[in-house]
Design a protein around this ligand. Structure first.
Ligand code: FEO
Length: 164
């Protein structure tokens, strides 16, 4: 059985993951508008992946006899100054999510909820991968600036992503 505080914290993380999905979908729409279809696809798959993260928490709460309460989602930003700015925002967001997960682990450990500590290890590992997948794209976009050829190359590369 989850404590009320652990249940509330896991529900809050569902909101964070759902908002992540919403934010990346907004970024996908932004890239569609720029005709950067590869980056749009990359962000769309990322949005799907975030929905999956929310569902992992959803299922876990029920597995532990808890209740799921869905919270309101804020309206995500719709435009960014450049593709580089959008990916930089995505990286900053992933770092924020990593901090959220680490706080959850610390809370579960303080409550001696070993089941939840163990469950959250999947997210700890996932966040290492999430940051590692966004960071090189953000870094390269920052380097190329407005250079169209470089932008198209990265667009083609990100468009090769096949899994969420
Ligand atoms: Fe679910 Fe990208 O963190």
């Amino acid at each position: 059985m989850l404590t009320d505080t652990m249940e509330a914290a896991l529900n809050e993380q569902i909101r964070e993951e759902m908002y992540s999905s919403y934010l990346y979908l907004a970024m996908s729409a932004f890239f569609e508008g720029l005709d950067l279809r590869g980056m749009a696809k990359w962000m769309r798959l990322q949005a799907q992946e975030e929905f999956g993260h929310a569902m992992k928490l959803f299922d876990y709460i029920f597995e532990r006899g808890g209740a799921v309460t869905l919270k309101a989602l804020a309206e995500p930003q719709a435009t960014w100054a450049s593709p580089a700015a959008a990916f930089a925002a995505a990286l900053a967001h992933e770092r924020h999510i990593t901090a959220c997960i680490h706080r959850l682990v610390e809370q579960a450990a303080a409550e001696r909820d070993h089941g939840t500590v163990n469950f959250l290890q999947w997210f700890v590992k996932e966040q290492v991968e999430e940051e590692a997948s966004v960071e090189p794209i953000a870094r390269r976009l920052e380097k190329i600036g407005d250079h169209m050829m470089g932008l198209l190359l990265i667009d083609r590369e990100t468009g090769g992503r096949t899994e969420d």
